[in-house]
Design a protein around this ligand. Structure first.
Ligand code: IVH
Length: 672
């Protein structure tokens, strides 16, 4: 190919990909299959490699742009980023609206009502059609330059379509969709990491990362709600015209927007939004009311901190008051000590709550939660209740301040602090709590799936000191187990058969089952797909490990630490000796090799609700038949496999017209 032809092809492919991104992310109406899209993307990557002189930093292949930063640069905003006045009462909304009518000397006034997104405020600047800079709000005058992280948000174009205005600044909120947040938190817990308190914290924490590869792996999204500086090619007479600009430029706006020109309509919209906001994929804590006409906005002006043409109406969160009975420490599989509050049982949004996570020491200290305190709890992120407020004024003086123990509550070993993760860990590899959790994780369905090794038998094995590490399982025999109480010959046989059968499991299940910090099931599968065997993974360099999909610096480093530490390497050798799959040609490694049929080829699945077996079981089946499984429903989803009590994923699937199958339909489809 001649350079001229290559340059043209690169431009064509880039524009095509940009167009299909808009169809996919904004319109939820993709025109081409994932496969065709991936092919375009790959062709572009190949051409850019062959003709590096034509590689643009705004190419759709360059989302994860630069190297990790040393720190964020402080940048001055082109226009101040203001905050909003808040109110909790409809009466104050009426006062606000009537005051506007009076000041502007009008009888009717068009206003816009939209959700107040509970995310992190950003300013995004496009100049000459290119994404130039994104910054946090900071103090309103200057903030951090977070362009590298914002570029990883896939719904955000790095370059605008030619026929749209090309230079302007936008204001919006970065957020983490609820489903993505839940999936990420579940995975973090499985990987032995601390969970995030709520999507907002997770978003803020992600934007603060200096390495854009971390942000690229987190499910961030961005919705715009206002304009800042405008270039000469943009004229925005109203907020409505702003939404039109977003549509033209392929930028995301919120999906719920009301326009009305009277008070009844305004209050009606606020109430309607309260009904609908729970179905949105982001958290909202209120409604924002804005004067539509930009000339009138200008005329109304601003106070020192907020505009006079807008106000936020805050909804009451679903909260309840209760008392902290005790604060308990849980020791996780990786030794992380997590404080958990035991509560006087209380009813919140349909369920009885008796425990709330306090996440970590920092969080408890920040809130100063004490045993005996009266607290307000709230259902954050829908499932895990959180303590949002402590009623300090109701203290009697006998409340007990929380102190992170300096030694493990289970084995009394002095704890260690992990400064990066805000975590306190028990370092004792033989800590009975850790061993129990580690064995349970190893035996769990998502890992080695060992029949007969449930939590009761794990408890017994550890208490009887028959197992202090995973490899001990393979040394068990009928005579050792015979002495255990409540363990009859049938259970012993089941357990031994189950353990023996685990040697035939695919190697990724073993790797995941080892419970190495940060190494989840997805990265385990990617690692084995890439290297083919445990032996090859153990020989790989840090760079080689990092080059694998779903494996970042953190995972790669953690693997190497495990392989190099005596505890890890000796355990691996014991497992090898016991006959577990390490070599490339071991039976189990072969079981990993590709689908058993292609009945589900080119289909993408999401699994939700309660099914007759764990979701992993179905995920395995789907993958074995050539399908792909993802965590959240999007326009790319082909099918939703839904069990009992399917919630928001079901609603989303119905909205997007994704086919929903129950378990029976699914099995029938497999049999086809
Ligand atoms: S309009 C004065 N619309 O709330 C700036 N803000 O508490 C006008 N926010 O800094 C803001 N959703 O980051 C507007 N639909 C929405 C919003 C919204 C969230 C944030 C925004 C602002 C903060 C003020």
């Amino acid at each position: 190919m001649t350079p001229t032809a290559a340059q043209q092809r690169i431009e064509d492919l880039s524009r095509q990909i940009e167009y299909h991104n808009r169809r996919y992310y904004l319109d939820a109406e993709p025109e081409i299959s994932d496969r065709t899209y991936d092919e375009c993307h790959q062709e572009l990557i190949d051409l850019e490699q062959a003709f590096p002189q034509f590689l643009s930093p705004h190419s759709p292949t360059q989302r994860v742009g630069g190297a990790p930063l040393d720190g964020f640069e402080t940048v001055t905003h082109l226009q101040r980023m203001m905050s909003l006045d808040n109110t909790y009462s409809e009466e104050e909304i009426s006062t606000f609206y009537n005051r506007l009518l009076k000041n502007l000397e009008v009888k009717k006034l068009p206003v816009i009502i939209e959700p107040k997104i509970d995310g992190v405020a950003v300013s995004v600047i496009y100049r000459n059609g290119m994404l130039e800079r994104a910054a946090t709000r900071g103090d309103g005058r200057s903030g951090d330059d977070i362009t590298q992280n914002i570029r990883t948000i896939e719904s955000l174009p790095l370059r605008l379509p030619k026929d749209a205005p090309q230079s302007f600044e936008l204001r919006g909120e970065v957020y983490m969709p609820r489903e993505g947040f839940d999936t990420m938190n579940e995975q973090r817990l499985k990987d032995g990491e601390q969970s995030f308190a709520n999507p907002r914290n997770a978003t803020a924490g992600t934007l603060k990362q200096l390495d854009p590869r971390v942000a690229a792996h987190r499910p961030l999204d961005l919705i715009f709600h206002g304009a800042g500086w405008l270039g000469d090619d943009v004229d925005l007479p109203s907020q409505n015209a702003f939404y039109e600009l977003l549509d033209q430029a392929g930028l995301r706006k919120g999906e719920l927007i009301w326009k009305t020109d009277n008070l009844d309509g305004l209050l009606g919209a606020i109430r309607e939004l309260d009904q609908k906001r729970h179905d949105l994929d982001y958290e909202t804590d209120g409604a924002v009311v804005k004067v539509d006409d930009r000339a009138l906005q200008e005329q109304l002006g601003a106070t020192s901190k907020s505009p006079r043409w807008a106000i936020a109406f805050k909804y009451q969160a679903e909260q309840a008051e209760t008392r902290v009975l005790s604060i308990e420490i849980q020791v996780g599989r990786t030794g992380a000590l997590t404080p958990v509050a035991n509560l006087e049982p209380v009813h919140v949004s349909g369920t009885t709550v008796s425990r709330a996570t306090l996440h970590n020491e920092e969080e408890v200290e920040r809130k100063d939660v004490r045993e005996g305190d009266v607290v307000i709890i709230e259902k954050a992120g829908e499932i895990i209740p959180a303590v949002v407020e402590v009623k300090y004024d109701q203290r009697k003086g006998n409340e007990k301040p929380f102190e992170m123990p300096t030694s493990c509550p289970t084995c009394d070993t002095a704890v260690e602090r992990d400064p990066v993760q805000v975590a306190v860990r028990c370092p004792n590899p033989k800590c009975p709590d850790k061993v129990k959790r580690r064995l349970r994780h190893y035996a769990a369905r998502g890992a080695m799936d060992i029949q007969g090794l449930g939590s009761a038998s794990v408890e017994q094995l550890v208490e009887a000191k028959l197992a202090t590490q995973i490899s001990d399982l393979y040394q068990l025999d009928a005579s050792k187990l015979g002495g255990l109480e409540r363990m009859g010959s049938k259970s012993i046989e089941n357990l031994l058969v189950g353990i023996e059968a685990s040697k035939k499991q695919p190697a990724w299940r073993m790797l995941f089952g080892l419970g190495i910090l940060h190494v989840g099931s997805t990265s385990s599968q990617s690692l084995l797909d890439h290297f083919g065997s445990m032996d090859a993974i153990m020989k790989a360099s840090l760079e080689e490990l990092e080059a694998v999909n779903d494996v970042g610096t953190v995972v790669a480093k953690s693997l190497q630490d495990y392989f190099q530490a005596p505890d890890g390497s000796e355990e691996l050798e014991r497992l090898r000796a016991a006959g577990l799959p390490f070599a490339p040609n071991s039976t189990a490694a072969q079981a990993d090799a590709g689908p058993t049929s292609d009945a589900l080829a080119e289909t993408t699945w999401v699994i939700t609700g309660t099914l007759s077996q764990p979701r992993d079981h179905f995920a395995q089946l789907i993958k074995q038949h050539g399908g792909k499984v993802t965590g959240s429903v999007s326009a790319k989803t082909s099918f939703l496999l839904a069990g009992e009590k399917a919630g928001s994923k079901m609603a989303k699937a119905e909205k997007l017209g994704v086919s929903v199958l129950n378990e029976e339909d699914f099995l029938a489809k497999l049999a086809e």
